[in-house]
Design a binder for this molecule. Structure first.
Ligand code: 6PG
Length: 256
């Protein structure tokens, strides 16, 4: 099955495309279910989308609940905190009720916090397997996504929805992450990937479909949509890349 792909010219275009997608999904979720459940991803790639959401309009912030698909085991004011990055780019600039911002507490004991966060997701979503409306994900150069790293036992977890994982390598933090079942239950799963540094990983996942890579397994289980810039898409075959560029052209065609 060919992946669902949009290839935008620049990282800024990716940010605008993802922000517009989130606003549309939010308005649809609120009209159908009275609220919008959104999981933000970590890293740098989604920051342009967060800034666009902060400066744009149309988001029903008073009906939105925010979660994170993973977090480093650091305090919220640590420079490596995913919450900290999203707070600076987005949360501090929009009128979302503070009790609807569900931060993973990276400063707590990881295993206990993973259990707490899983229970919180179930309670807020009101279902045993929470179906979040949008789950944003990034892609690491090694094919990881969220904090599901190649070879990690967390990738095989099928019972728990949130787990703690050890630091994947020297100098990195331990983390808390969504597992594959929770991501696969998402109504929309969106990979946001930009920059030439990711081109090889993108090709390994989308062109080669290397089954051992976490992002390949997550994308297959979730019917994910990929929003790439041209640099991240440059190692894809012509057919895939052209399909993604056509999808971008359709996205940006003036709506009559
Ligand atoms: C994290 C992320 C991780 C990230 C990718 C891409 O906490 O590190 O969730 O999965 O999305 O590593 O990171 P960049 O967007 O910074 O390249």
């Amino acid at each position: 099955m060919s992946p669902r792909l949009v290839v935008a010219p620049t990282a800024q275009d990716v940010g605008e495309c993802v922000a517009a997608m989130i606003v549309r999904a939010a308005q649809g979720a609120v009209s159908r279910r009275g609220r919008f459940l959104l999981a933000l991803s970590g890293g740098q790639s989604p920051l342009a989308a967060y800034a666009r959401l902060a400066s744009g309009s149309g988001m029903p912030w008073e009906r939105t609940h925010l979660f994170w698909s993973d977090e480093r085991c650091v305090p919220p004011d640590h420079p490596d905190s995913n919450f900290g990055a999203a707070n600076a780019a987005l949360l501090s600039r929009v009128p979302i009720p503070p009790d609807q911002v569900h931060r993973i507490r990276g400063e707590e004991d990881p295993a206990a916090e993973a259990r707490r966060y899983e229970a919180l997701l179930r309670r807020v979503a009101g279902e045993d397997l929470p179906r979040l409306d949008v789950i944003l994900l990034g892609l690491g150069e090694d094919g990881h996504t969220a904090s599901l790293f190649p070879g990690s036992a967390a990738l095989d977890e099928r019972a728990r929805l949130v787990v703690a994982v050890d630091a994947p390598s020297e100098g990195m933090h331990a983390r808390i992450t969504f597992t594959l079942p929770l991501i696969a239950a998402g109504r929309r799963v969106v990979f946001v990937v930009t920059g030439a540094g990711k081109a090889r990983a993108v090709a390994r996942v989308l062109e080669v479909q290397e089954a051992t890579l976490p992002a390949t397994q997550v994308a297959a289980a979730s019917r994910a949509l990929w929003v790439l810039d041209e640099e991240a898409a440059r190692d894809l075959g012509d057919a895939l890349r052209r399909a993604g560029c056509r999808a971008w052209a359709r996205q940006t065609r003036p709506r009559v």
